[in-house]
Design a protein around this ligand. Structure first.
Ligand SMILES: [Zn+2]
Length: 614
């Protein structure tokens, strides 16, 4: 077999797309063979959209008509994937290409027409009594395929108001984005970033990115303290404005919940996915009881970093310096090895992703930044990376591969209507792939420094993706309860909630810093998407629970856990997330599920302690 030349762009250089060898670029011909073929699919979708309104007024006539309309919806949906992704993935290769940008926008315009042409569909289904549709589904197995889609549509409908009520709600809807728009203007458009002079004499403007960079890389504590204090002072200076804006968010959420007949804002937020409020309450309570491993980690950091005072600006700095580079070809083989516990067929799929040009690996001029996995129905998932040989890039690859395998198995198994999945389960396969990859990397680490860096990476990701997110969820819940109980919302009250949370999580392990109480004001999620971040934490807990089974020393239990996990991936969006997870052996309302995270963290911290005291 001829050896292929490996391609490793020099750090700091930006190749043109032509300079990158083909095997490191995605091959989009699995979506459409050419732009001519794409044009053909575009016209086909255009025609399907034009034909769809003919179904209007027919749905109540019988199961055959309803089934035909559902099938037509699916056909439009499946075509949409090809038409959209062929244009949009091409665009992301080089966003300077105006011709492709125009085609991409052309698809967006077509999608707007599609939404219009089908806007009557859900209301017309909902106008048929559910009992009638259930009767049809019992008699017609083809229609019964849509059972979950139909039942969940009716479930969502439970809190829809009468016509007059919905009209009023739509008027009020125009105010919905005012708190966040104002927050966004205050923190981005109108913000004046402060500057500081570092110990080295360098002057730095503290944009959010620069602020993070100082906290994550600067080994001089005084510099970190300066950056932290000046950055938080800008929020402290406007604390009453931030509190007023946040009160706007809380009042809006409470208005919506009451208008639609929910008991609490949390009920309103969880109803769509049919998640019991006990899941969030259990998450918060159990996490608070499981903070000891987190504290143990910070005590260790204080000792290793040799700091007499240890504050929130000291928690990100690396424990050791380690400049290892990870060439893509080497890492690709490791990722294939790392998924061996999930069985041969899964491993073969991962190999196909590497060998079959599913991945666009390196940065090139004009390419979109970041990383993602694109679920292209009818082809296979594609991944965009900007791989730069750092440890972060390595774990990003493992993460996106997890999303891609989820997509692949779901698309292969489910009919179109259930091929997609919700955020509530989406981050399980990605974080599980990362966990498997960490196990392998730790086994193969070439030095003590590398093991320390790997352990810190894993621990920091539990701290930020789990503990911090649960603390945020706790904050949001307490703040929303203020308005639900007719309590005033002021800066003092919000600062007090945040201080008490820091106390509950870190105790005296992290020294008190006056300005930390204003942290709530700088978290955009609180203002943009309330009750959202807890989903990262529940995914993380699910993964920790699943990994206990996958790592089991009992072969039978291990195989059973793997099968259940693969079935979760294959199930796509065919049921409510709690039911899908329950079948995989994960019950998020149980304390043991959530405490699996602190148990896992404790093991990692113990290993890190051992490495550092060697
Ligand atoms: Zn992800």
């Amino acid at each position: 077999m001829p050896t292929l030349d490996t391609f490793r762009p020099e750090p700091g250089t930006l190749p043109t797309r032509d300079e990158v060898p083909a095997r490191y670029k995605w091959d989009l011909t699995s979506i459409c063979t050419s732009w001519d073929a794409w044009q053909g699919s575009y016209k086909q979708l255009d025609a399907a959209i034009a034909a769809f309104p003919a179904f209007q007024g027919t749905l109540a006539k019988g199961s055959g008509q309803l089934l035909a309309a559902f099938k037509a919806m699916d056909e439009m949906g499946a075509l949409s994937y090809r038409v959209w992704y062929y244009a949009s993935l091409h665009y992301d290769q080089d966003q300077r290409n105006n011709e492709i940008n125009a085609r991409r926008q052309q698809v967006q315009i077509l999608f707007a027409r599609q939404a219009q042409a089908s806007s009557w569909f859900n209301p017309e289904v909902l106008a048929i009594p559910i009992e009638t549709i259930r009767g049809w589904m019992d008699a017609n197995t083809d229609l019964a395929l849509y059972r979950f889609a139909i039942e969940s549509l009716f479930h969502e409908q439970e809190h829809v108001l009468d016509e007059q009520g919905e009209r009023l709600m739509s008027f009020a809807g125009r105010f919905n984005s005012v708190p966040y728009d104002s927050y966004s203007a205050l923190t981005t458009a109108d913000v004046k970033f402060p500057s500081i002079t570092l110990g080295s004499g360098t002057k730095v403007t503290l944009t959010y990115g620069q602020y993070r960079a100082v906290l994550e890389t600067n080994r001089n504590q005084e510099d970190r303290a300066n950056a932290y204090r000046i950055f938080h002072q800008t929020f402290a200076d406007n604390q009453n404005t931030y509190a007023a804006l946040y009160n706007g968010v809380l009042q809006r959420d409470w208005f919506h919940a009451r208008a639609r007949g929910y008991t609490t804002t949390l009920d309103a937020a969880l109803h769509g996915n049919n998640i019991p409020t006990s899941v969030v309450e259990n998450l918060i309570a159990v996490t608070k009881q499981g903070v000891e491993p987190l504290r143990r980690y910070h005590r260790l950091r204080r000792r290793v970093l040799g700091l007499s005072s240890y504050r929130l600006f000291d928690v990100f700095v690396p424990l050791v310096e380690h400049g290892a580079r990870y060439p893509y070809d080497e890492v690709g083989a490791w990722i294939v090895d790392s998924v061996a516990p999930l069985g041969k067929p899964y491993q073969q799929n991962v190999k196909s992703a590497f060998d079959g040009q599913w991945i666009d690996v390196f940065e090139n001029s004009g390419k979109r930044s970041g990383a993602y996995s694109a679920p292209v129905y009818g082809a296979h998932p594609y991944m965009l990376l900007n791989y730069n040989e750092t440890l972060d890039a390595v774990f990003t690859l493992a993460h996106e591969m997890g999303h891609s395998m989820h997509t692949l198995l779901s698309h292969q198994t489910q009919p179109f209507v259930y091929a997609g999945y919700t955020i509530f389960v989406a981050e399980v396969p990605s974080t599980l792939n990362e966990a498997l990859f960490l196990d392998l990397m730790l086994d193969r680490a070439r030095s003590r420094e590398e093991r320390i860096v790997l352990l810190q990476h894993a621990i920091d990701s539990i701290a930020s993706t789990f503990y911090t997110q649960v603390m945020f969820a706790d904050y949001e819940l307490q703040a929303h309860r203020l308005v639900e109980h007719d309590q005033p919302v002021t800066a003092d009250v919000l600062n007090a909630i945040y201080s008490s949370l820091l106390e509950a999580y870190y105790g005296d392990v992290i020294d008190r810093e006056e300005l930390s109480q204003f942290t709530w004001a700088r978290i955009p999620h609180f203002f943009s998407t309330p009750y959202y971040v807890y989903q990262y934490a529940t995914c993380f807990a699910s993964t920790a629970r699943l990994m206990q089974g996958i790592r089991s020393t009992d072969a039978g239990a291990r195989q059973d856990a793997v099968n259940r996990y693969l079935n979760l991936l294959k199930a796509g969006g065919s049921d409510y997330p709690m039911n899908l997870l329950a079948r995989a052996g994960v019950d998020l309302s149980q304390p043991e599920t959530v405490s699996a995270v602190s148990a896992g963290l404790n093991g990692l911290v113990a290993r890190l302690e051992a490495e550092l005291t060697m």
